[in-house]
Design a protein around this ligand. Structure first.
Ligand code: PHE
Length: 330
């Protein structure tokens, strides 16, 4: 018995202890064998030996259980020591992304016109001459085509130089009244401090029965829109020329950098040009077969708006993907 007690005390793992338990109490174990031997004893000795065996069995079972508890406690202790987490350590913070400033600006522009129930229309980036020029009152060899340096493909198609072709496509596919904007990329052969070969415009077009849409309506909407975008600025309309509008105007806001005092950004004029607009030219309506209607149209550059809103000095920095710039727009 002494032997077994030592064996139990000396095991150092739960696995070993389980082996000892089987050696002792298993079907082929020590006690099974000892009880088996009882058969061969004289009857008068049986009760005494059986009693001794039972006492020993109970005692060893108790010791086994105690050792098991000890080892379990040790194992838990060990686990706690090894798996400890230091809650004071700094973790990794997932870094947040943000929308590009041009996209944020575009969203803000779209939000304004959606609130007035303008529909959003789109058109292809690769355009036909008819939509980009011809139908917009820019016939071949018209000098005003030189206003926009165009990327041409060999088959005569081109990368659209403005979003105005979407005016034509929209008027072709539906009848007036029309009230729409068209945001999207446009392309010109131009690359310097203030020009990139690709940039974004938002076109606007409103058409209804003749007499229902006036220049006064156009002025009101654009004034309201520019106050929405830039806050408390002065707005002025300057006579200008576009082949597809008559009369035409360019719209300026008072310089947001110098409040109209005159500075480098506004070339000391106190004004910043932000929009082109006008009443749709009758030749444009003729090209799409509209009769007895009037309408206004406008177009703006999204990057220019973004630069003014976020005071970004160099247009090209909007296209360089530099995180030091982009991370400021979270
Ligand atoms: N399409 C003109 C441009 O790209 C802008 C414009 C649109 C002007 C609609 C008047 C009316 O410069």
């Amino acid at each position: 018995m002494q032997n077994w007690e030592e064996k139990i005390q000396n095991v150092s793992s739960l696995d070993e202890l389980e082996k000892v338990r089987i050696e002792l109490f298993g079907k082929k174990g020590y006690f099974a064998a000892e009880f088996e031997k009882l058969k061969n004893l004289p009857n008068e000795e049986k009760p005494k030996v059986a009693k001794e065996l039972n006492v020993a069995k109970n005692r060893l079972q108790g010791l086994l259980q105690a050792r098991k508890d000890e080892l379990l406690a040790q194992a838990i202790e060990e686990q706690l020591k090894n798996e400890k987490i230091d809650v004071s350590l700094y973790g990794y913070r997932a870094s947040k992304g943000a929308l590009h400033p041009v996209k944020q600006t575009l969203d803000q522009i779209i939000e304004y016109f959606l609130s007035l129930n303008y529909a959003i229309e789109t058109g292809p980036l690769i355009e036909e001459d008819f939509y980009n020029f011809e139908a917009l009152n820019l016939p071949k060899h018209h000098p005003a085509r030189d206003m926009q340096d165009t990327f041409y493909f060999a088959d005569g198609t081109l990368l659209r130089t403005h979003t105005s072709p979407v005016q034509i496509r929209t008027m072709q596919k539906q009848k007036p009244p029309i009230r729409m904007i068209s945001p999207g990329a446009v392309f010109r052969r131009d690359f310097d401090l203030t020009h990139t070969p690709m940039f974004h415009q938002v076109e606007g077009l409103v058409v209804d029965e003749a007499g229902k849409v006036s220049f006064a309506n156009l002025k009101f909407i654009l004034q309201d829109f520019l106050h929405y975008m830039f806050g408390d600025v002065k707005v002025r309309f300057r006579p200008s020329f576009f082949p597809f509008t008559e009369p035409s105007a360019e719209v300026d806001i008072s310089c947001i950098f110098c409040q109209g005092e005159g500075c480098r950004v506004c070339s000391h004029t106190g004004w910043l040009e932000v929009l082109g607009c006008g009443m749709v030219d009758p030749n444009v309506f003729e090209a799409v077969g509209y009769e007895n209607v009037s309408g206004y149209a406008f177009g703006l550059g999204v990057e220019r708006f973004a630069m003014l809103l976020y005071r970004i000095g160099d247009l090209r920095s909007l296209f360089e993907g530099d995180l030091r710039l982009l991370e400021q727009f979270k």
